[in-house]
Design a protein around this ligand. Sequence first.
Ligand code: GLU
Length: 361
Amino acid sequence: MRNFVGQRFAAITLLLAITMGMLNAVGARADQAQITMILATGGTIAGKQAAPGQPGYVSGADSVKSLIEAVPELKDVADVEGKQVSDVGSQNMDAKLWLELLRATSEELARPDVDAVVIAHGTDTLEETAYFLNLTLKSDKPVVVVGAVRPATALSADGPMNIYNATVVATSAAARGRGVLVVMNDEIHYAAEVTKTNTTNPDTMKSPNRGRAGVCDTGECVFFSPTSKRHTTDSAFSIGDEVTSLPYVAIVYAHAGMTAGPIKGALAEGAKGIVVAGVGDGNMSDAALDALTAAAKTGVVVVRSSRVGSGVVRRNIEVDDDTRGFVAAEELNPQKSRILLQLALMTTNEVGTIQDMFHAY
Ligand code: GLU
């Protein structure tokens, strides 16, 4: 009897697993009526060798047309069109380009004949653009940001497979409502989780705290659990047409022997907020703590994040955030903390409200 129950349980579990797998698995699709728009911004994925025989390459030298032509297999997945939004190395991404990209992406998503948007981007700041769009786009349609660490002219370039997988993911029903996704090296990541962890290795994108959103294997992609972080249509942040810039927020990097110098510099430049890439659990020297406590008293919002690369910075552990008037970044790294703080500062500098945002997004 026990055995029978055990077998029956195993059979039901297997059936459930197969059904769930079928629901979440995505591959080349039969229906090609809708368009997947590829928006190119530059980066290595569109990079070319600087000159024959020369080391190095020029980021963003290739057009969106060449990106699409390099992957003829895309036509088996979707009707693909492309537009060039910018052609920068992503170290030169800034608020102005983010706003342009947000508007270009929103425009495409509003088209009834466009199903999904894939954004080709340099990997250096890819996670920042993905997170900014994750908080500001107002659509459930899939948006996938994709990059590559080897230029098109390199041996074993990773761009073509990454673009192919990104398009497979973007055209899948399972990707709807998950917020902005990042696809690279056969992995799918949520914008709030992903970070670049290696300077040049194709396996650079990782989600150190909560793990990957899914995986791709020879053109078949499968999602794991959904994200619990607020995003896109559930995000309270919205950027109207009148917005032309974002509040200035500086990041200061903590280290042994840290002085108040970088904090004074940020304040002198008019920072409305300061994110600390703290040592360990969001810690910093007494000199830095005192300078930031004084800044917080004047209404500058101070967020404690960590330079460590993974883990959570919680309130009131070694630093008394309540007394000092600080915000703890929780799971956000410094570069994403900066974006959330910029958006928050458009409407409030109230520490409790901003702390709640770091919990929710
Ligand atoms: N620095 C360039 C960028 O982020 C190239 C790096 C890359 O794409 O991997 O656009």
